[in-house]
Design a protein. Structure first.
Length: 594
C-alpha cells in the first residue's frame, strides 16, 4: 500500500468546473481528439453500468443501502456532474475498503480529464475494489461489468486511442483471448514497430533497428568491462558482435542475462525487468535497451557527472522507460508536435513523470492555436487530379504543383480521398498527390453525415469529365520486345455491324490489383444501358489498343469471362467488342476509391 492523499472537496470542485462548464473546443477539422472509450462503446450505458456496479459494491461492503457520509448517489448519467460524482463516491468507498488515504499500487490517480476518460479510470478502480471485496475473477450475478478492452491499463488504452486517431488502426484481438490485454499489447506493439521504423525523423532519416541493436551490444560490453574488468566475462558468455548473424538478438539476450545472474544473483532482477525478446528486431531492441539500462542503474555506482561508462550509445533517456511509454511518446510528439523537455531525465522518477504527462496529454488533447491549426492543415498539390465527387467520377483537371489548399474532410475506410478548399476551388483530391502527411489526413473528420459543396473556378479547372489517364503499351515498348503492330480494326465497319456505347455502359468486375504497377486485372461486359442498372450485358471477347497498335491479351478467364489487364484511370483510343456492342473507352478505378 502507498499513502494517497487527496483533497476531496477541492478536487471535486475543480473537476465539476472543468467537466461541467467552461469547456472550449476547437472546430472538428482543427482539433484532433482521441476517443477515450474506443469505437462502438455507448457512453451513457458505460457510465450507468459503472455507477450501478459501484452501488452493488457498496451494498456488499457496507450493507444494503448504507453509504458513507457525503455519498452523492448520482444515477443521472447525462448530468454534467455525473463523472465527478462517480469519482467522489468511489474515493469514499475506497477509504472504507482500504483505509483513509490508503490505496493499492495499481490505483489510478485522477487528473482533470474528459468525462469519458475520468469514468474509464474510475471503472478500473471499481474493478480493483471488486477484486479486493469478492476475489479476483469473482463477481456477483448482478455485476454489469465493462467491455474487456476498457479494463486494460491506462497507457495501453491511450496508445490505442492515438493509433486509431492518427493511423486508423483497428485491433483484431478477440474479446475471448485468454489474456486479452496482453494479446492486445502484442498486436499494438507490432503495428507500432512498423510505424516507428518506417517514419522519417526531422532530418528525413528512417530508423534502422539493426544498428541500434549493435549499439545495445556495445553498451553491454562496456558495462561488462566496467563491472568485471577488460575482456573478463561470465562463464558461457557468447559475445557475438556480428549483427548479420541469425542468432545475434538471441545471443545478446542470453549474455545480458548471464551478466545479470553474475551481478545480482541467479534469477534476481530489478523491478520492471522485461526479460523477453521477439521476432521483431525493433521490439527486441526496445526490450533489450530497457533492461540494459536497468542493469546499469542497479550495478553501477551513482555518478551524476557520468552515469554511464565512456562511449555509451544509449543516450536517449526515453529508451530507459518501458516500451509502452516509448511508443506513446512517439505518438504524442508526432501527432501533436509537443516536447517534454521540462521533465528532468536525471530524475529518479523520470519515466513515471513522463508517462503521467503523456497520458494527460492524450486525455486532455491540446487545443491548438488557430495559426498552428492552419499551418497543420495546409498542404500543396503535387499535380493532383481533382474531382467534384468523392467517387472520382467528375474530373475537373489537374491542380498545378505547389497550389496551396486547406484540408477539411477525409473519406471513410482505406480511401485516400480528401475534401480540400483553396482559391476558387473546393474539390476532392487523392492525399498521396499532396504534401499532407498521413497522420494529419487520418486526424481529419470523416464525411459522415456531411455533403460539402464542391466547385472549381480556378484557371486550371476543366470539366467535369472522365479522368484522362493514359494506358496500354506504346509502339516503342512493342518494338523493344520485337512485336509487330497489328492492323487497327476498321471503325467504319464496326459502326455498321455493332452499336457504339460509352464507358459508363462497360461493366467492370475486378479480379486482382497490382498497386505497385497501378494496374488491375478485370473482366468486362458491354451493356445495353448504364452498367450500374443494366440487366442485359454481353461478355467482351476482344480488346484492341490503338495507341499500342496491338490486341490486349487475354490473361485468364473467370466465370466464362475473359480477364484483361488495364492501368488505373480512364483509357481511351480502344476498341472493346462484344457480340453486338463496342466501346472506345473504359474506366478502371483505383482500389482506394471503389
Amino acid at each position: 500500500m502507498r499513502r494517497w492523499l487527496v483533497l476531496l472537496i477541492t478536487t471535486t470542485a475543480i473537476l465539476s468546473l472543468a467537466l461541467g462548464v467552461g469547456i472550449t473546443s476547437a472546430s472538428p477539422a482543427a482539433q484532433a481528439t482521441p476517443a477515450p472509450l474506443g469505437q462502438g462503446v455507448d457512453v451513457q450505458e458505460f457510465f450507468f453500468d459503472a455507477r450501478v456496479d459501484l452501488e452493488t459494491l457498496a451494498d456488499a461492503l457496507l450493507g444494503q443501502g448504507i453509504r458513507p457520509e457525503g455519498w452523492t448517489s448520482n444515477l443521472e448519467s447525462a448530468s454534467l456532474t455525473f463523472s465527478s460524482d462517480l469519482w467522489y463516491d468511489s474515493e469514499l468507498l475506497a477509504d472504507q475498503l482500504f483505509g483513509a488515504g490508503e490505496r493499492p499500487d495499481n490505483w489510478e490517480a485522477v487528473t482533470v480529464v474528459s468525462p469519458e476518460a475520468l469514468v474509464r479510470s474510475v471503472r478500473r478502480n471499481i474493478e480493483t475494489m471488486a477484486n479486493e471485496q469478492f476475489g479476483i475473477g469473482s463477481r456477483p450475478d448482478i455485476w454489469r461489468g465493462a467491455p474487456v478492452l476498457l479494463l486494460c491499463d491506462r497507457t495501453l488504452l491511450n496508445t490505442l486511442a492515438m493509433l486509431e486517431l492518427f493511423y486508423r488502426f483497428e485491433p483484431i484481438t478477440p474479446d475471448s483471448a485468454l489474456n486479452y490485454c496482453l494479446s492486445l499489447q502484442a498486436e499494438v506493439d507490432e503495428r507500432l514497430n512498423e510505424i516507428v521504423f518506417s517514419t522519417p525523423d526531422s532530418n528525413g532519416i528512417v530508423r534502422d533497428p539493426i544498428p541500434l541493436l549493435s549499439g545495445a551490444r556495445g553498451d553491454l560490453e562496456r558495462l561488462a568491462d566496467e563491472l568485471l574488468g577488460l575482456n573478463t566475462r561470465p562463464e558461457g558468455y557468447i559475445g557475438n558482435r556480428d549483427a548479420t548473424t541469425p542468432t545475434f538478438i538471441g545471443d545478446l539476450f542470453l549474455d545480458l542475462n548471464s551478466l545479470a545472474n553474475l551481478q545480482l544473483g541467479e534469477g534476481v532482477r530489478p523491478d520492471g525487468w522485461i526479460g523477453t525478446v521477439s521476432s521483431s528486431p525493433g521490439s527486441s531492441y526496445y526490450n533489450l535497451r530497457h533492461d540494459i539500462e536497468l542493469l546499469a542503474k542497479a550495478t553501477l555506482p551513482f555518478n551524476p557527472e557520468q552515469p554511464r561508462p565512456t562511449g555509451w550509445q544509449g543516450v536517449d533517456p526515453i529508451e530507459q522507460c518501458t516500451p509502452g511509454v516509448t511508443y506513446l511518446y512517439f505518438l504524442v510528439t508526432e501527432g501533436y508536435g509537443l516536447s517534454f523537455n521540462e521533465i528532468d531525465p536525471a530524475a529518479s522518477d523520470f519515466c513515471d513523470q513522463l508517462e503521467e504527462a503523456l497520458n494527460s496529454v492524450v486525455e486532455n488533447p491540446p487545443v491548438l492555436d488557430e495559426v498552428v491549426v492552419e499551418e497543420r492543415l495546409t498542404g500543396t498539390a503535387d499535380y493532383a487530379f481533382t474531382y467534384l465527387d468523392v467517387a472520382a467520377l467528375q474530373y475537373m483537371g489537374i491542380m498545378p504543383g505547389g497550389t496551396p489548399f486547406r484540408a477539411v474532410y477525409r473519406n471513410f475506410g482505406a480511401s485516400n480521398m480528401m475534401f480540400v478548399v483553396g482559391d476558387q476551388f473546393a474539390v476532392y483530391v487523392d492525399r498521396r498527390f499532396t504534401t499532407v502527411p498521413e497522420t494529419v489526413f487520418n486526424s481529419l473528420p470523416t464525411l459522415e453525415n456531411v455533403q460539402p459543396v464542391t466547385f472549381c473556378d480556378a484557371f486550371w479547372c476543366n470539366g467535369p469529365g472522365p479522368t484522362p489517364t493514359p494506358t496500354g503499351s506504346t509502339p516503342l515498348e512493342l518494338a523493344l520486345f520485337g512485336s509487330t503492330p497489328q492492323a487497327t480494326p476498321n471503325q467504319e465497319q464496326l459502326e455498321t455491324t455493332k452499336q457504339l456505347v460509352s464507358w459508363n455502359f462497360v461493366r467492370v468486375t475486378y479480379i486482382s490489383d497490382n498497386p505497385a504497377a497501378r494496374t488491375a486485372q478485370v473482366t468486362l461486359e458491354l451493356c445495353f444501358q448504364n452498367a450500374q442498372v443494366a440487366t442485359e450485358c454481353e461478355p467482351v471477347t476482344y480488346v484492341f489498343d490503338n495507341a499500342a497498335g496491338a490486341e490486349k491479351p487475354v490473361v485468364g478467364t473467370q466465370n466464362g469471362l475473359n480477364i484483361f489487364e488495364f492501368r488505373y484511370g480512364y483509357s481511351t483510343n480502344l476498341v472493346i467488342e462484344s457480340e453486338s456492342l463496342y466501346s472506345t473507352d473504359v474506366w478502371i478505378s483505383d482500389p482506394t476509391i471503389r
